[in-house]
Design a protein around this ligand. Structure first.
Ligand SMILES: [Zn+2]
Length: 339
């Protein structure tokens, strides 16, 4: 049997005081990682921050640099599809309140009130979902008229309560969902989710109303993000990360800065200490063996990564991982063939 390997990305700028540049946070690292994926014939999914595209499109009429950025992203999206990768929407509603710095051609996103889809009025929910689907259609359909936008990942994993999304999933024919990081729990002034569950939710399952409740023949499919047991606080990881960050080779290619969330309570999950999501940007020399061994043990393995966070070291380790697993296993990386 083929092992299921899903490589997914959140394709976006940094969502804090300094968004960074499109070239460094999106175009350049995406080209690098896709070169590696193509070499091993692995498909991937890019969840595009459509709320950013909508905002940028508004500014493109007045600002040349914003227009150029939009064109670059558009052409990368089309290129990705041409190469067999997938493009789907990813919504960060607080782009509504973003500020554009025209001299720097960067953005600040400091207002977090609208971070969660759940915090929006019903009208705004509907407008944002609609414009997100429409902007992807405008970009994709003239070139790929049969392309199907059937999958989604929520900004900040905040897909709960699912009833906020369900009517839009139905209206726009979204049937696949990619936001659940099983057993993690986080409540902050921005993102908020609780993925603790007794149910078996670490492989693909169907659901209907409750995203953590597998239902046979449910109309939606959940593709959960995989995690791995790693002692994150171990000295060796801290030291390696420190050393890497001091070098161009080990530092993220992306040149912006994220936002620091405030925790709203003291709830803790295993992700605070000894679990982490499976991710290219967390993959270092000290974890590579663990990743390869875990892959060997499992039938389903989903990576979640962000081009903006990738370093050359991460990319090299990811290539070591792919080289090893593609030699030893038959692999299915196309989500469409997993269901
Ligand atoms: Zn995101």
């Amino acid at each position: 049997m083929k092992k299921k390997l899903l490589i997914t990305f959140d394709y976006e700028l940094f969502l804090g005081n300094n968004s960074g540049s499109v070239d460094k946070c999106m175009i350049e690292p995406t080209n690098k990682v896709v070169d590696i994926l193509n070499k091993y014939a692995i498909k991937s999914i890019f969840f595009v921050d459509t709320t950013y595209l909508v905002k940028m499109n508004e500014y493109a009429n007045s600002f040349d640099l914003a227009k150029k950025d939009f064109e670059k992203i558009k052409s990368q999206i089309l290129n990705l599809i041409k190469q067999g990768h997938y493009i789907f929407p990813h919504i960060h509603p607080h782009w509504i309140d973003a500020k554009y710095h025209k001299e720097l051609n960067t953005w600040s996103l400091l207002k977090l009130e609208k971070y969660r889809f759940n915090a929006l009025s019903n009208n705004l929910k509907s407008d944002i979902f609609k414009s997100s689907i429409e902007i992807l259609k405008e970009i994709i359909y003239p070139h790929f008229p049969n392309y199907k936008i059937d999958s989604y990942r929520a900004g900040g994993w905040s897909i709960q309560p699912f009833e906020d999304f369900k009517p839009f999933f139905i209206e726009y024919n979204i049937v696949n969902e990619f936001s659940v990081l099983p057993q993690d729990i986080k409540h902050t002034n921005a993102l908020s989710y609780n993925f603790k569950s007794e149910n078996k939710i670490d492989e693909i399952y169907s659901f209907e109303d409750d995203i953590l409740n597998p239902v046979e023949n449910g109309q939606f499919k959940e593709f959960p993000i995989s995690s791995i047991e790693i002692d994150k606080n171990a000295l060796k990881h801290k030291i390696l990360n420190k050393i890497l960050w001091k070098t161009k080779y080990g530092r993220s290619i992306g040149n912006g800065e994220g936002v620091a969330f405030k925790k709203l309570n003291n709830e803790r999950s295993a992700f605070d200490s000894n679990y982490e999501m499976v991710s290219i940007e967390l993959l270092t020399l000290f974890k590579i063996k663990k990743y390869i061994n875990e892959f060997k043990k499992r039938d389903y393995f989903q990576f979640i990564s962000h081009p903006k966070m990738l370093s050359q070291h991460n990319l090299n380790m990811f290539e070591v991982f792919l080289k090893s697993i593609t030699q030893k296993n038959k692999i299915e990386s196309d989500y469409k063939k997993m269901i």
